[in-house]
Design a protein around this ligand. Structure first.
Ligand code: C5P
Length: 237
């Protein structure tokens, strides 16, 4: 398979066409951004760490019956993925209160949420990804009711698989964001799963081990991502 021209450059990843019309190459860059691109930095090794982290998680999810776009690693910073028709809605599950939930509702960080909560956000940087709901998504044609049901079902299935995986490795999966797309009539998990798009805390100390280290200037961002990976059994270069 041959990598061709760049199709799109996001804040941390770029998408390249290939000679196969049904496959893209995702390039994980060292660029790190937060607050809708207001805070930006290059973090050495981040592209490699997130690419390998994502590959490991996508393979676990696929094995548990969650269809994903991931097909394989191409290099230490590149992966081959299926082309998806992306749905512009982000699905967020929270097991513990943190982040925008605390800001929006004035609740304290660190409360266990039983049952886990489920929220939808419109993918739109200019509008700062506003919160939406199923009714808006259907009325505006972002996704059908059936597609939204399937996205919710898969997002919770991911929670069952990953909560257990992190728990066994001494960590808490606090929350995470997923993006889905369509492929041959099926809903398929797209984008990435890495410490950039979820919150992970140490089970004992509640040390933050995800992108909040970057957002909050806590330091050792990539070293901590690597520690999360190592605890899960991921080998980095
Ligand atoms: O900011 P908020 O608390 O709503 O984020 C919930 C979860 O979704 C966090 O793990 C965050 O990293 C992730 N997220 C993301 N990309 C966004 C919004 C949220 O990865 N655009």
């Amino acid at each position: 398979m041959e990598k061709r021209e760049e199709l799109y450059a996001g804040k941390a990843k770029s998408v390249f066409k290939t000679d196969d019309p049904d496959r893209f190459v995702l390039v994980f860059r060292d660029d790190t951004s937060a607050f809708d691109g207001e805070k930006k930095e290059q973090l050495n090794r981040k592209g490699m760490v997130n690419n390998k982290f994502n590959a490991f998680i996508m393979e676990k999810l696929e094995a548990a019956g969650v269809p994903t776009h991931f097909e394989g690693l191409l290099s230490s910073t590149e992966s081959v993925v299926k082309k998806l028709d992306m749905i512009p809605v982000e699905c967020v599950v929270r097991n513990i209160s943190a982040g925008s939930l605390c800001r929006r509702l004035g609740v304290e960080e660190g409360q266990e949420l039983t049952p886990s909560t489920y929220e939808l956000f419109l993918k739109n940087d200019a509008l700062h990804d506003p919160m939406v709901n199923e009714s808006l998504a259907v009325s505006f044609g972002w996704a059908s009711a059936e597609e939204l049901d399937r996205m919710k079902e898969l997002t919770y299935k991911v929670n069952d698989v990953l909560k257990a995986l992190f728990d066994e490795a001494g960590m808490l999966l606090v929350d995470y964001k997923l993006e889905f797309g369509r492929s041959n009539g099926d809903i398929v998990l797209g984008d990435e799963f890495s410490p950039d798009g979820c919150r992970i805390w140490d089970k004992e100390t509640r040390k933050k081990m995800d992108k909040d280290r970057f957002r909050q200037g806590l330091g050792d961002v990539i070293e901590t991502y690597e520690e999360v990976g190592r605890r899960l059994g991921i080998q980095f270069d």
